[in-house]
Write a protein that binds this ligand. Sequence first.
Ligand SMILES: *[C@@H]1O[C@H](CO)[C@@H](O)[C@H](O)[C@H]1NC(C)=O
Ligand SMILES: *[C@@H]1O[C@H](CO)[C@@H](O)[C@H](O)[C@H]1NC(C)=O
Length: 313
Amino acid sequence: MPIQRRANAKSTDNNGIEKKIKRGNAHRQASFWKGPRSFLLVLIAFVACGGAGWLYFGFDSDITETLVRQGEVVQQPRVFKVQCSEDYDSYKRYPGCTPQTCGRAVTDNVVTREEAGMLRRLADRGMALAGSDGGASILDLHSGALSMGKQFVNIYRYFGEQIKEVFSEEDFQLYRAVRARIQGVIAETFGLDPSRMYLTKPTFFSRINSTEAKTTHDEYWHPHIDKVTYGSFDYTSLLYLSDYGSDFGGGRFIFMDTDGNRTVEPRAGRVSFFSSGSENLHRVEKVRWGTRFAITVSFTCDPAHAIADPALP
Ligand SMILES: *[C@@H]1O[C@H](CO)[C@@H](O)[C@H](O)[C@H]1NC(C)=O
Ligand SMILES: *[C@@H]1O[C@H](CO)[C@@H](O)[C@H](O)[C@H]1NC(C)=O
């Protein structure tokens, strides 16, 4: 999880500011045609609206390009190549796995919307056991870590046998099947040997709504590089479990390139994956309304960092 802290009172204040500006605009519009000052008033209204837009969207409006929209259905992986960073040089190279070509790709053809729905309900049931006080809540089925208030609990220890009333063997089977398919499409796209890629940790469900994070580990929006944050990562994938624009607003995934910010709009069942080095610096836009669910599934080339698929204890 990202670590640095940033002043973040802005978005809460924005509502108030926006309301004031809107009220001001309504006043001005009412007297629009009445006086000789109308040109000046239009100008003021224009500047105020622009200002409100800037205040409201601020940090989050710098999108240069949308790589994939929510409403599209991408059958064959849509691949965007980028030059590999030097991050991999400081690690041992594993033939058939270590990135030779780098990039990002998106496909809607690996996980069905029905499967995404089942996984979202699984996440919902798990998170209902606890959840963070704000920002992102995470559930890691492998380690059992679940956000609770300002900390985490181990669901397997904390809830013991009762956890079998929340998750079934079928849930875990679905998770494993989906993980294997994602691994397959990453291998195919980057020309790797899937048997030389290993699931690694952390691998987790995330649930994000518009309530402000209360602790730094629940702040999900900071720019970061997965390989720097977690040395073991070589490929990161995200499986979205809800729809941008109808389940939630904001919350787009943003690749922060030196020449522009490129976004992927989440869609239930959409898999987005990328090489984990600095060539893929990224962040998640703040969620403005609704709830955003996703799963992060990460892979390493180093067998020493391999983890088994999660399983019921
Ligand atoms: C967001 O989720 C938290 C639990 O993580 C909950 O306490 C809060 O009420 C939710 N906020 C909204 C706006 O639904
Ligand atoms: C990308 O967005 C960030 C804010 O999220 C902004 O500071 C930066 O200038 C943008 N980059 C480009 C190249 O537009």
